[in-house]
Design a protein around this ligand. Structure first.
Ligand code: CA
Length: 218
């Protein structure tokens, strides 16, 4: 799951990127509102963690711009401002959830998982498909009642495909959920991960859509 962190405080930005990466997110970090706007317009993200006090373009202005543009992106506002008025303003501007600094990383990660899940139209925390289950919180996968060991990237890929079951996922969408900015992507890496998933799970679970990408049918 690819996340955008928008935070101008360097220490906190680094801590968020590290903490959320350890929680299994592909976390990218920008330090002002204009950079965030450019990133969100150009690339797919599953959610954003947004500070309100930002240089160049403030968090509330960014939110209004996103919603004005019709973006359904789940946004969790993270701020030092803890007055009820700021909370109300943030939610009215289009935020989906809200946490006040200092915050607990475990709670932040859980809230983000819930936002992403709901945005994809799933109310239940466990993703299931036949006898396959994936638990985003514990990162556990079982198939036919047996637990399955997956690498971090295999897990992320399966999560992305299950969350979007029934939809064709393009190579670009899948690769951007797997790799960080500036990270080298080997041309056949995606095929290799898909091959491993098919081998560990079922050969016919993931369909290849020629010239498009991959899909897990509903
Ligand atoms: Ca700030």
């Amino acid at each position: 799951m690819r996340l955008l962190i928008v935070e101008d405080d360097r220490l906190l930005g680094e801590a968020l990127r590290t903490g959320l990466s350890q929680a299994g997110f592909q976390a990218e970090w920008v330090q002002d509102g204009e950079q965030a706007w450019a990133a969100l317009r150009n690339e797919p993200f599953a959610a954003a963690v947004l500070d309100l006090g930002l240089p160049r373009l403030g968090g509330l202005e960014l939110l209004r711009r996103l919603r004005g543009d019709g973006s359904p992106l789940p946004v969790l506002v993270l701020t030092a401002r803890d007055t009820a008025r700021d909370t109300v303003t943030g939610l009215d501007a289009g935020a989906d959830d809200y946490m006040t600094k200092p915050f607990d990383f475990g709670e932040l990660a859980a809230r983000l998982r819930a936002l992403i899940r709901r945005a994809a139209g799933n109310a239940a925390p466990l993703l299931t498909h036949g006898t396959l289950t994936l638990d985003p919180a514990s990162r556990a996968v079982t198939f036919g009642g047996n637990s399955v060991e997956l690498s971090q990237r295999e897990f992320t890929l399966l999560h992305e495909l299950l969350l979007n079951a029934g939809k064709a996922m393009t190579r670009t969408q899948l690769e951007s959920s797997l790799y960080a900015w500036g990270e080298e992507v080997e041309s056949n890496a995606l095929e290799v991960h898909i091959h491993h998933l098919r081998r560990k799970l079922a050969p016919d679970l993931i369909r290849t859509l020629r010239g498009v990408g991959y899909m897990i049918p509903k």
